[in-house]
Write a protein that binds this ligand. Structure first.
Ligand code: KDG
Ligand code: MG
Length: 402
């Protein structure tokens, strides 16, 4: 069997997505997500200019060997562009293998470990009241786990606050928008938000919160401690994790569960965090961490240390990534939770899929492969529309972590 074609499809049905489609001499095709929010065309070029010429003629059944070829063979390893490109190839090849076998992807991985996949949705509001109401709406929709983010008095454009009724989409302008960050205001406000949420809705639902890399290790330790009475499912990205050791300090001072990893690309980015049991959940997902083949290695390492998975599932991961992630979640023994930010109707129409939401859980489908396709005619109607993620600055103008 041979790969006879591979093409990159860039489309913007409300937001930008990059998809790799691989064709074979047996007529079976597979697709993989290659979207890197705000840097989409770099992955498109990496694939078109550097990867696709190597793929033509290769045997698509040799998923592991092709992964190693693209990782070791480039000499330049790791990084979000390389690993998203490798992920796209890997996802498309697992899709093809599933279709050849006539089996859904989770069966190829080892079969079901669970009947359904617990997901968390995103509730956000411009202020405390709006956020409390938004959490109520998610409870009404059946969600068992809800991430709460709120506008903060005195902070302009806080992370996680949507515009109107739109899904929260941070990549909103051709050049990065400026947002302002103020740690003391955030630290004063956030425990009050979760106190109010627990007073209003009790302790039955899981609540999550994303700090989005804004705090120092000691500030993160303070916040974790202050949130303990409100029993969060997790506190995410409390401090930037390039310095994995920083989590020792946070861990020593709080029992609030810690989640990290949406910006990680390889097992090396999380090795110390996992081996020293400095986190509870690892958030890598298919598209940014080298595909199913590599994500499985990360999850297996994590399982040794009772660290569970909590894959990134923002809208900038396309339905192709979500479909593949749900098969992974259905199999992976040390599953924790899956993030689920619903895509718009336009996006769902471009990427027909067989996964479905029911009562707080997602179910992957039974179609062979990962169960997601791309409607290329419809995709062509939505040309690429460059959009950047914002930057954050302190009130004195110092650049901070967005
Ligand atoms: O592209 C960046 C988003 O994916 C990110 O800001 C979303 O932090 C995020 C999350 O937890 O979903
Ligand atoms: Mg996050």
């Amino acid at each position: 069997m041979k790969i006879t074609s591979a093409r990159v499809i860039v489309t913007c049905p409300g937001r930008n997505f990059v998809t790799l489609k691989i064709g074979t001499d047996e007529g079976v095709t597979g697709i993989g997500d290659a979207t890197l929010n705000g840097r989409e065309l770099s992955v498109a070029s990496y694939l078109t200019d550097h990867v696709i010429p190597c793929l033509i003629g290769m045997d698509p059944q040799r998923i592991e060997d092709i992964w190693q070829y693209l990782y070791r063979g480039a000499y330049w390893r790791r990084g979000p562009v390389t690993m998203s490109a490798i992920a796209a190839v890997d996802t498309a090849l697992w899709d093809i293998k599933g279709k050849m076998a006539g089996m859904p992807l989770y069966q190829l991985l080892g079969g079901r470990s669970r009947d359904r996949v617990l997901v968390y949705g995103h509730a956000n509001g411009r202020d405390l009241k709006e956020t409390v109401d938004a959490v109520g709406k998610y409870i009404d929709m059946g969600y068992k786990a809800i991430r709460a983010q709120s506008g903060i008095p005195g902070i302009d454009k806080a992370y996680g606050v949507g515009r109107g009724d739109m899904h929260y989409e941070p990549a909103d302008a051709r050049l990065p928008t400026n947002t302002v960050w103020d740690t003391p205001k955030y630290l004063n406000f956030t425990p009050r938000l979760f106190e109010k949420l627990r007073d209003t809705y009790g302790y039955e639902r899981e609540l999550l919160h994303d700090v989005h890399h804004r705090l120092t290790p000691n500030e993160a330790a303070q916040l974790g401690k202050a949130l303990e009475p409100f029993r969060l499912f997790w506190m995410e990205d409390a401090t930037p994790a390039e310095n994995q050791e920083a989590f020792r300090h946070i861990r020593r001072h709080t029992t609030t569960p810690l989640a990290v990893g949406e910006v990680f690309n390889t097992i090396w980015d999380c090795k110390q965090l996992i081996e020293e049991q400095l986190i509870d959940y690892i958030r890598c997902t298919v598209v940014h961490a080298g595909g199913i083949t590599h994500l499985r290695r990360i999850a297996d390492l994590a399982a040794l240390y009772q660290v569970r998975t909590g894959s990134h599932g923002a809208t900038d991961n396309s339905p192709v990534c979500m479909g593949a992630a749900l098969h992974f979640d259905t199999w992976v023994p040390n599953f924790g939770i899956q993030e689920y930010m619903r895509h718009t109707e336009e996006t769902d129409a471009v990427f027909p899929h067989d996964y479905r939401f029911d009562d707080g859980f997602l179910h992957c489908g039974e179609a062979p492969g990962h169960g997601v396709e791309i409607d290329e005619k419809l995709a062509a109607k939505y040309p690429y529309d460059p959009a950047c993620l914002p930057v954050a600055r302190l009130e004195d103008g110092t650049l901070w972590n967005w």
